[in-house]
Design a protein around this ligand. Structure first.
Ligand code: FE
Length: 166
């Protein structure tokens, strides 16, 4: 009888703890974003066919490029940074600054161009930034940026394409 009661306690504890597992590994937030529909809505196969492997990994699989590897980190010309997935204008060069992190950084996105979600992966709480038009993952935003916003939009260069002005 004792073993049976112990078994019931173990099963009961498991049932109580099980819902916490997706919270720890953040399956919930990911699926929330994945299930949302965006104006530009393509299948995984379509995205794979259109994007380079690196673009796909960042935009569609929440990847992060290695710091100091994107040529856009040092891009200093006048122009606009558009989404590598759908072409939406995301950041003007006037909002770009050198954060020293090795990722293209901006203090403000174009109005309505991006959306955010809470990212709890890797045991951190961060604000994830995605393209409002195609849902592609762009990077994260942190509250340690320069004036006038105090925000640092830390973007993957692989998620962006630069269009020079003029
Ligand atoms: Fe996009």
């Amino acid at each position: 009888m004792t073993t049976r009661r112990q078994l019931l306690v173990v099963l009961g504890t498991g049932a109580v703890l099980a819902p916490l597992v997706p919270r720890i590994w953040n399956a919930t937030e990911d699926s929330a974003l994945a299930e949302r529909t965006f104006p530009v809505d393509k299948s995984e196969a379509q995205w794979r066919a259109e994007l380079t492997p690196e673009q796909f990994q960042v935009l569609r699989e929440h990847g992060t490029e290695r710091a100091f590897t994107s040529p856009l980190d040092g891009e200093a010309r006048d122009g606009v940074f558009v989404c590598a997935g759908c072409g939406q204008e995301l950041f003007s060069s006037e909002t770009k600054y050198d954060s020293g992190t090795g990722w293209p950084s901006f203090f403000r996105p174009e109005a309505g161009a991006v959306g955010t979600t809470v990212d709890r992966r890797w045991f951190m709480v961060r604000t994830e930034v995605h393209c409002a038009r195609c849902g592609g993952h762009l990077g994260h935003v942190f509250p340690d940026g320069p004036a006038p916003t105090g925000e640092r939009y830390c973007m993957n260069g692989a998620a962006l394409r630069f269009v020079p002005r003029g």
